[in-house]
Each structure stands twice: as structure tokens, then as C-alpha cells.
Design a protein around this ligand. Structure first.
Ligand SMILES: *Cc1c(COP(=O)(O)O)cnc(C)c1O
Length: 385
């Protein structure tokens, strides 16, 4: 055996254990639990934990289990693949998948007890045909567009969709268990768009009833509407952002659940006028100390930021120069106060110890918290506590 073969054959520890420290995203499930209890308390109806996009970047299965243990009774996702990941993990609670493709594998959905949102006649036909083949009637939620021109049946198609769904129901192919809608401006109190959305939903429910459908699980509200307007609650609230501590209405104190840390790779003193990073967009204005962090835009640090900081050695330190794919440089200041390679920088966290929050990062990069938390790259190690 050659030396190289020998090296490859040798069992080696997992790289994450092999090195002293790596960037880590740690998820505080006690925060998710507390947020879930708050929403379970304020909803008139049931609570659906929306765990799409890997539970808003917090781990779909971990968030789902935590939410179900703290008052949620439903789970919501945007694809059958996401629903099946929950089923394969052993989660048995009711799951609804919306935003389904027209050639969706409805037989597999049915076999795994995944409820499907249906937004068009073509989607209904796919589901009904699968039911005819498998002999299992499918549980569907008819999805009405209540004013976003996005997913959901156009209002002009709604009556036909309800009539055809009733026909499929009478044939034993589907059971219409719910009607769903969604509001586009729910974080803006008093916006006329909300009243129009609620009215469109009520009208849609009325059409469904006149078509002799008897949906019992009707749902319109997401996080913002659940917090701001009880009239949107109906039978179920679909809450995603709120459970992971993001409040688009800024009216509550929800608990953020993520902390992102990165170890310092190197520390270097530099003179005034030192260019930093690609394009030399930053020149040091004094002699100072620079620390390098092994985390960049491939890991979800926004490339376009202004004013971004991390917490290092108990102080806020500015990110200087361009964010690279794999690394950022932070300015520790003229007196480095003992910052050394291996020290851990907190990129963001709940803010309890002076570290930046996800909300601050969203502000520094001109986006919303949702985009930051769902954008953390796959190579960042995860841990749940
Ligand atoms: C993502 C999503 C939700 C959850 O929204 P939050 O504002 O994060 O609570 C609810 N409903 C639909 C249709 C969604 O796409």
C-alpha cells in the first residue's frame, strides 16, 4: 500500500471535530418553544407551524418537533419534498403542502397523508386522477388568491374550481377539508388591501358553501395578520417567521433563535492607508489591527453591506472591505486587546451580550430578516440546543 493509499484508508475524525473551531450556526429551540406558545395563546383557531425552507433556516424537523410540543397542531410547507422529509423523520402531525407543481406526485402525497393545496382545475385533475388510481380520496385545501396575483386560483376561476371540486368530492376522489388565502400587506395596520383581502376570502368561502363544499379548516393569516387582526384568524393560522423570532409588525418581543459564530483565522497589525479586500474599496485610516473570519457570502453573509459589525473580544468591530465568498476582514482597532487566532466572533445572535442581531444585518444589507436566516450556507456547521 502506498503512503497516499494508507492515508486515505485511515479512519479520520469528521472534519468538524478535526479542527479546533469552525463557523457554527446554533439554534436555540427554547426560543422557538417560547414563540410558539405565544402564538398558540393568541390564535383563535389552531396553529400551523410553517417550516418551509428548512424551517426558515433553523432546521425543519427540529422546529416542527419543538412547535408541535408547544401548541402547534399542523405543519405547513411549500413542496411535497419538504413534507416527505418531515414524514421520513417520523413526524405524524397533519402536514399541508402548497405551491405544488401541476404534475405533482399526488399518489405519494396521499400515501404519506400529506394534505395538498389546489389552486387550479389542472391541479385538481392531477389530484383526482391519482385518487382514482390509488383508491384513496385526497385531502385538499382549495387555494384562492386573495389579492397578491401570486399563488392561488384567480377570483374569476374560483366558482368553477369549487364546482369541480364538489363533483370530485361526490365521486369520492377528494375531500375539501379547507380553503386558504394569503394577505399581501398584513404588516400594515389599516391598509385597505387587508380589508379587500378579508372580503375576498369571505366571498370565496361563501362560493364554496354554495357549491355544497363544507370546508372546516379555513386559513388566511400568517405571522403579521395573526398578531394584528383577529378577524383573519378563522380556523387556523399559518405562522412561520414568528416562530423563529421574526416579527414583521414590530409589535411584540419575540425571541430570535439563531446565533452565528466564526473563529478568527489570523490577526495582523497594518499601517494607515492599507487597502483591504477585492477592489481596495477600503483603506485603513490609521494603523490598526485586522482580524480575518472564515465566512463570506457563500455562507450567507450579504455581499452588499454598509455599516456591518461583529462582536469580537466584547466589542463591536466593523467589517471592512468587500465581503468575499469565503472570508471577511474586521477592524479590531489600534489596540487589539489580545484578539488572537481561535477567538470566536459573534456575527449575530439574540443581542443579549451586545452582539449584532439578524435585524441589524437585514438593515445593513437592505433586506428583511427572513432573507438572512434562510440564506445561511450549507457548509456552516449547525447545532441545536
Ligand atoms: C411563508 C408562508 C406563510 C408563513 O408566513 P410568515 O409571515 O413567515 O408567518 C404563510 N402562508 C403562506 C402561503 C406562505 O407562503
Amino acid at each position: 500500500m502506498s503512503a497516499a493509499q494508507q492515508l486515505l484508508a485511515e479512519p479520520r475524525p469528521h472534519p468538524v471535530q478535526d479542527v479546533p473551531s469552525v463557523p457554527v450556526l446554533s439554534v436555540d429551540l427554547t426560543a422557538v418553544a417560547a414563540n410558539t406558545r405565544l402564538f398558540a395563546e393568541i390564535t383563535d383557531g389552531a396553529l400551523m407551524a410553517v417550516v418551509k425552507a428548512d424551517g426558515f433556516g433553523h432546521g425543519a424537523v427540529a422546529v416542527a418537533r419543538t412547535a408541535l410540543a408547544n401548541g402547534a397542531t399542523w405543519l405547513g410547507v411549500t413542496s411535497l419534498a419538504e413534507a416527505l422529509a418531515l414524514r421520513y423523520a417520523g413526524v405524524t402531525a397533519p402536514v399541508l403542502s402548497w405551491l405544488n407543481p401541476v404534475d405533482l406526485d399526488a399518489a405519494t402525497a396521499s400515501r404519506h397523508d400529506v394534505d395538498l393545496a389546489v389552486s387550479s382545475l389542472a391541479h385538481l385533475d392531477t389530484v383526482a386522477l391519482a385518487a382514482a388510481v390509488t383508491g384513496r380520496s385526497a385531502r385538499v385545501h382549495l387555494h384562492l388568491d386573495t389579492g397578491m396575483a401570486r399563488d392561488g386560483a384567480a377570483p374569476a376561476q374560483w366558482a368553477r374550481l369549487c364546482a369541480r371540486a364538489r363533483l370530485a368530492e361526490r365521486c369520492g376522489l377528494v375531500r375539501v377539508v379547507g380553503v386558504m388565502g394569503h394577505l399581501g400587506c398584513a404588516d400594515r395596520v389599516g391598509d385597505a388591501c387587508n380589508e379587500r383581502g378579508r372580503a375576498a376570502f369571505d366571498a370565496g368561502l361563501e362560493v364554496a358553501r354554495r357549491s355544497l363544499l363544507r370546508p372546516r379548516t379555513n386559513h388566511l393569516a400568517a405571522t403579521a395578520a395573526t398578531l394584528l387582526d383577529r378577524r383573519t384568524h378563522h380556523d387556523l393560522s399559518r405562522v412561520g417567521a414568528g416562530l423563529v423570532g421574526i416579527d414583521p409588525t414590530r409589535t411584540t418581543v419575540l425571541r430570535p433563535a439563531l446565533t452565528l459564530t466564526a473563529p478568527v483565522v489570523s490577526v495582523r497589525g497594518v499601517p494607515s492607508g492599507t487597502p483591504v479586500g477585492y477592489g481596495h474599496t477600503h483603506l485603513t485610516s490609521r494603523s490598526t489591527t485586522l482580524a480575518l473570519l472564515p465566512i463570506g457570502y457563500a455562507d450567507g453573509i450579504p455581499r452588499t453591506v454598509s455599516g456591518a459589525e461583529v462582536l469580537l473580544a466584547g466589542r463591536r468591530c466593523p467589517v471592512v472591505g468587500r465581503v468575499s465568498m469565503d472570508q471577511v476582514v474586521v477592524d479590531v482597532g489600534p489596540s487589539p486587546r489580545g484578539v488572537r487566532p481561535g477567538d470566536v466572533a459573534v456575527v449575530f445572535g439574540p443581542g443579549d451580550h451586545g452582539e449584532p442581531t439578524v435585524r441589524e444585518w437585514a438593515g445593513w444589507s437592505g433586506t428583511i430578516e427572513n432573507e438572512i436566516v434562510t440564506g445561511i450556507g450549507a457548509r456552516v456547521a449547525r447545532c441545536w440546543r
